[in-house]
Design a protein around this ligand. Structure first.
Ligand SMILES: [Zn+2]
Length: 105
């Protein structure tokens, strides 16, 4: 299986769909179905039901997962949308920005 190059905490840009151009921080990665949730992206309002009588249901906003194919990484160093390579620094695998050649975890 191809290693996923985007991790939790990365900043990504949306490159297709209705939210194209937006950026956000990766909140969670779902490697099994190649999806991820991004802060503020694909947010839907969700109604929650009252758990007890006398309590009101409420509306919460949740970010739904988007496909990996819809996002690109924003390089933490040069702040550009970039493709990511991989390289070994000693015995540790690091990611490399293909634009500025900067290594990062
Ligand atoms: Zn870079």
């Amino acid at each position: 299986m191809k290693a996923l190059k985007i991790k939790k905490g990365d900043t990504v840009a949306i490159i297709s769909g209705t939210e194209k151009g937006k950026q956000g921080k990766v909140v969670k990665v779902f490697p099994n179905n190649l999806k991820l949730t991004v802060e503020g992206i694909n947010v839907r309002k969700k109604h929650t039901r009252a758990r007890r009588s006398g309590q009101k249901g409420s509306i919460v906003e949740v970010a739904l997962p988007v496909n990996f194919s819809k996002v690109v990484l924003i390089c933490p160093s040069c702040k550009q949308k970039t493709k990511i390579g991989a390289r070994f620094a000693g015995d540790k695998k690091v990611r490399v920005c293909k634009k500025c050649n900067q290594e990062f975890e």
